[in-house]
Design a protein around this ligand. Structure first.
Ligand SMILES: [Zn+2]
Length: 123
C-alpha cells in the first residue's frame, strides 16, 4: 500500500464512522441511511468505489444491529439499575456491589437477574 492509499483508507474509515454516528443518531427517523450516505457518498466520488464501499459498510452497521440500541444501551441501562437498586438481603449495598462483594448472596443474584430480564424484555 502506498502512502496515498493509506491516507485515503483512513479518510474512508473516518467518513464511515461519521456516517455511522449520524445513522445511529438518526435511527428511528424517516430516512436514517440517506443522511449517513451524504457523508459516505463523497468518499466514493473522490476516491473511487472501493473506498466508498468501505465507508458505507462501516456506516451501514448502524442498521444491522451491532450498534443497534438494544445491544449497547441495554447493558449500560442494566448496569445503572444494578448500581441504583439496593439489595434486600440486609447488606446495605446496591445489587451490583453486593454481587461483587458477596458472590454467595442468595438475594442479589435473583434480583440482578430480574433487573436484566426486565430491561431485555422492555427492548
Ligand atoms: Zn446483598
Amino acid at each position: 500500500m502506498t502512502r496515498t492509499t493509506l491516507k485515503r483508507l483512513g479518510i474512508a474509515i473516518v467518513c464511515g464512522l461519521v456516517g455511522l454516528a449520524i445513522n445511529i443518531w438518526r435511527t428511528g427517523s424517516s430516512a436514517p441511511l440517506l443522511v449517513g450516505r451524504m457523508v459516505t457518498l463523497p468518499v466514493a466520488i473522490l476516491f473511487g468505489p472501493w473506498f466508498g464501499i468501505i465507508a458505507s459498510v462501516i456506516a451501514a452497521t448502524a442498521g444491522i444491529g451491532i450498534f443497534a440500541n438494544g445491544v449497547w444501551v441495554a447493558p449500560l441501562e442494566a448496569l445503572q439499575k444494578l448500581n441504583a437498586q439496593s439489595c434486600t438481603c440486609g447488606c446495605d449495598l446496591t445489587v451490583a456491589r453486593c454481587r461483587a462483594d458477596d458472590p454467595t448472596c442468595g438475594v442479589s443474584l435473583p434480583l440482578a437477574k430480574e433487573i436484566v430480564k426486565q430491561i431485555a424484555a422492555a427492548r
